[in-house]
Design a protein around this ligand. Structure first.
Ligand code: GUN
Length: 293
């Protein structure tokens, strides 16, 4: 049987509509326009595309977008000065510094400087700690997108075996935390895991976040499982052009999984939609209002 394809593009479009509705209410009822500041250092091509899309979608949702582009040679101190200015600016409710940063800048020092209440990426240790201990937190966007998509298949995830492949701070660890909050039995697997294929085969819900093109093969998947593919890898084609593939061998997986996210059009579009939602949530909290979404 062919798997159900989970439509991240449509889900993200719906979420953006909900965000736009919440923004309209914040403006009409409270005179508040949420503002998102995005900082891009250098000209990494993928980052430049992401930042352009964030800017456009932020404006489309009715929010203010503040873009700060800094030269790749900017000093760490200058970048930290900018973040401190944004921390103090009441028009800025969310701050995102696009990663990766040039080698001479320590990402931990940058993330540590962002005011936790404005940390819409949810990368600050205060937010990671709050998530881990069950307190209200700003939660990383891609993991939230993964859970929203998985819940389209499993409205109640209680008791499911969830396997996360990848242990990054941006996706692997926070998505495992969110799965635990959904009452899943969670395994975090990684490059040193013994019998990775066997571990994957135990998953009712498999989250692939390794960043290796098509690493997870069809026969690593339990028949009927839900597969959420976070990977976005550009690989060369025979004709010299390139194409995007996930961390899962999609064509093989399609024949075995019960449901699967495509690449592109799965988790990818959810990330910015969740970022917009986080910005609204941050704005509400900063103004003493209940989260609206
Ligand atoms: N680079 C790739 N993904 C992300 C993300 O979610 N947030 C930031 N800040 N940088 C990224």
């Amino acid at each position: 049987m062919t798997a159900r394809i989970i439509d991240g593009k449509a889900t993200a479009a719906n979420l953006r509509q909900d965000v736009a509705g919440a923004v309209a209410t914040l403006k009409a009822d409270h005179g508040i326009t949420p503002g998102l500041a995005v900082v891009l250092v250098g000209e990494d091509p993928a980052s430049t595309v992401y930042v352009r899309n964030k800017h456009r979608q932020t404006l489309e949702a009715g929010m203010n977008s503040f873009e700060h582009r800094l030269d790749a040679s900017v000093s760490q101190d200058k970048l930290l000065d900018l973040i401190n200015t944004l921390n103090a600016d009441p028009a800025v409710n969310g701050i995102l510094v696009q990663l990766p940063l040039p080698d001479h800048i320590d990402p931990a020092a940058v993330i540590d400087t962002i005011e936790p209440a404005k940390d819409v990426d949810g990368f600050h240790v205060v937010n990671a700690g709050r998530l881990a201990t069950g307190l209200p937190a700003m939660v990383p966007c891609t993991p939230v997108g993964c859970i929203i998509l998985a819940k389209q298949v499993h409205a109640d995830m209680t008791g499911l075996n969830a396997v996360v492949v990848g242990r990054s701070n941006i996706v692997g660890k926070p998505v495992a935390q969110l799965l635990l909050n959904e009452n899943c039995t969670v395994t975090i697997a990684h490059s040193r895991t013994r019998d990775l294929a066997g571990v994957c085969r135990s998953a009712d819900v498999l989250i692939a976040a390794v960043g290796r093109p098509e690493m997870i093969k069809g026969d690593w998947i339990k028949p009927g499982a839900t597969v959420i593919d976070v990977g976005i890898n550009r690989i060369p084609k025979d004709d010299g052009k390139t194409r995007l593939v996930g961390d899962v061998a999609y064509d093989e997986a399609l024949e075995i999984a019960g449901a699967i996210t495509p690449v592109p059009g799965g988790v990818g579009p959810m990330t910015i939609a969740c970022l917009l939602r986080s910005t609204v949530e941050a704005t509400c909290r900063q103004n003493g209002l209940e989260p609206m979404l």
